[in-house]
Write a protein that binds this ligand. Structure first.
Ligand code: ATP
Ligand code: MG
Ligand code: MG
Length: 560
């Protein structure tokens, strides 16, 4: 392996392997909370955790961090499994739930109480917050801090037995109220929540806090490298403190390593905000093709290969940064460039009648399936008297440098003939109904005497007789602003401000005309529509109604 391309996490693993810290084991985990659908930021974490383990011949656990009963649901568990699989990763028999460890977590909390390292506190949440102090002001000890071990054990058992209401008591770690690191000022490690848990039902009414449950779950699973995002850097001393008294059979304790969370321009990567969009009906669901969720991106037509390539290219950063969404778009173009068949679809059609073309004649023309990949072969398309071109490819009063169709002007129809616009047919209101054109019979592409006659514009088109009706969905970004503000903390509630930044025109629907071969396509099949971009068949498609999503436009068009 090339040393130069190693990232800082791999350097840490190399260090640990050299020091034999973990008998050269590499065992990572991906620990989502099942309280929403995964987004592009999670994709980065998945690729990183599974990717690094794979590179070192190690293992990766999928662990549901389900310690917050109020917000979690089986729907999210299922979607997360589907997303991880779709990205191309497998966990075999290594799927776990933090809730599987409730007994062990409880027992370890009891151990800490017995060691004099945890106590039951009666202060209210507000008081605890107030007593905690600030960065510049040291904290104040709770009057309940010096309860005896016996009393703490009794109270904790009573908490578990359901004797107290939510918020009446908490279990706190006894660390240091004067610590410059606020996370070490006696953090709460258990709280009372009388709510049904999606897996354990009503068996528990006390639930461990993240800062306690996470390190202990890692230790139970014998994770070696616990990779998380940068906002947990200040929690690392607490992570290590919690595990001080953990008995590992080999004396090995997991190591927390932080990396910068992925932020992408134009993409919201806060589950809370994404949930707001779904709940307010601003999008059609978690898998709306405009959503930066993995399911939305998948439905939009992105491939797992493109997402993995994107995650690889952005690398692993130690400082927060913003990746431009154009890199993601580049990755899908790169992936589909040689794979997707290229066909002609007229998104916003206007009818053309070739007045000097014989009424009944249908000609067979040969078209390439992919100009950049000869192996994809050729197909036959039909040319006849009536066809469709793109409304935007015609201007009645052309502006300067408009090289497409206009009255009295000529263009080439791709793979076919040069046509000239002779007459514009309108209705009483002045709307254009159709264009009457003539064709030059000598100008047939690849054959006629005038096959090489130069005209400035080449247009895509579809023969009216063969055309298949298609509903085309063109998307713009959901965010009007370039830079999203992605809070890492679900408690921040500035919903109003965020909703004002939502682009109200992020979906345009067209009734389009596609080449006949699109009828054979299945949901999820990809195409390049010549001059228009990459498209995918949407799951809304039925036997009688085809729906396509534009994934991304083409950077360059082959003709103006
Ligand atoms: P949110 O704040 O949107 O709810 P979260 O971080 O709380 O996201 P989790 O389900 O806890 O969501 O995340 C699972 C894993 O994915 C965690 O290890 C987390 O660090 C990682 N992760 C979440 N968001 C990002 C991101 N934007 N970039 C990289 N990793 C991320
Ligand atoms: Mg989280
Ligand atoms: Mg969160």
């Amino acid at each position: 392996d090339n040393e130069i391309t190693k990232n800082f996490i791999e350097n840490f693993i190399d260090e640990d392997n050299e020091a034999n810290t973990y008998d050269k084991r590499v065992h990572t985990r991906f620990p989502p909370e099942p309280n929403g659908y995964l987004h592009i930021g999670h994709a980065k974490s998945i690729c990183l955790n599974f990717g690094i383990a794979k590179k070192y011949g190690g293992l990766t656990n999928l662990r549901f961090d389900d310690t917050n009963p109020a917000r979690e649901d089986i729907e999210y568990v299922d979607s997360i499994k589907e997303d991880v699989k779709w990205l191309g990763f497998t966990w075999d028999d290594r799927m776990f739930y933090a809730s599987d460890y409730f007994d062990k977590l409880y027992a370890y909390a009891v151990k800490l109480i017995k060691l004099g390292k945890a106590y039951v506190d009666d202060l209210t949440g507000e008081q605890i917050h107030e007593y905690r102090g600030t960065f510049s002001k040291s904290g104040k000890e709770s009057p309940y801090r010096d309860r005896s071990v016996e009393e703490n054990i009794k109270l904790f058992e009573e908490m578990k037995a359901g004797k107290y209401a939510d918020g009446e008591k908490v279990l706190r770690a006894k660390i240091d109220m004067a610590s410059p690191n606020i996370n070490l000022r006696d953090p709460v490690i258990y709280r009372i929540v009388h709510a049904e848990h999606h897996r354990t039902g009503n068996a528990w009414c006390i639930y461990p806090m993240y800062d306690f449950a996470h390190p202990v779950s890692d230790a139970i699973e014998r994770i070696t490298h616990s990779i998380c995002t940068l906002e947990f850097e200040d929690h690392r001393p607490l992570y290590n403190w919690v595990l001080e008294d953990w008995d590992d059979p080999e004396g090995q304790k997991p190591r927390q390593i932080e990396f910068a969370r992925l932020n992408v321009t134009k993409m919201i990567t806060s589950k809370r905000k994404l949930r707001t969009l779904v709940e307010k009906g601003i999008v059609s669901g978690w898998d709306d093709p405009r959503m930066p969720t993995i399911s939305g991106i998948r439905r939009r037509g992105y491939t797992p290969e493109a997402i993995r390539d994107f995650c690889e290219r952005i690398g692993v950063a130690k400082a927060d940064s913003m990746v431009d969404i154009s890199l993601l778009e580049y990755c899908i173009r790169e992936d589909l460039k040689l794979k997707a068949p290229r066909i002609m679809t007229v998104i916003d059609p206007i009818k053309v009648v070739i007045t000097n073309y014989p009424d009944e004649l249908v000609e067979e023309l040969t078209a390439e399936n992919n100009q950049e990949n000869e192996e994809m072969g050729l197909r036959t398309i039909h040319f006849s008297k009536e066809l469709y071109i793109e409304r935007q490819d015609f201007m009645e009063e052309p502006i300067r440098k408009f090289f497409r169709l206009a009255p009295g002007k000529e263009v080439r129809l791709k793979y076919a003939y040069i046509i000239k616009c002779e007459e514009v047919i309108k209705d009483a209101a002045g709307n254009i109904l159709e264009l009457h054109c003539t064709y030059d019979p000598e100008s047939k592409s690849g054959s006629g005497i005038n096959a090489n006659r130069k005209v400035k514009g080449t247009l895509h088109w579809v023969s009216a007789a063969d055309a298949v009706d298609v509903e085309t969905r063109l998307y713009d970004y959901l965010l009007a602003d370039e830079t999203p503000e992605n809070d890492e903390d679900d408690s921040i509630s500035d919903n109003k401000d965020f909703l004002s930044k939502i682009n109200p025109h992020s979906l345009d629907v067209y009734h389009s005309k596609a080449e006949a071969c699109i009828k054979e396509a299945a949901i999820g099949d990809h195409f390049q529509f010549l001059r228009q971009g990459y498209f995918v068949i949407d799951p809304d498609t039925t036997a009688t109604h085809i729906v396509v999503n534009r994934i991304v436009g083409l950077r360059d068009t082959w003709a103006k």
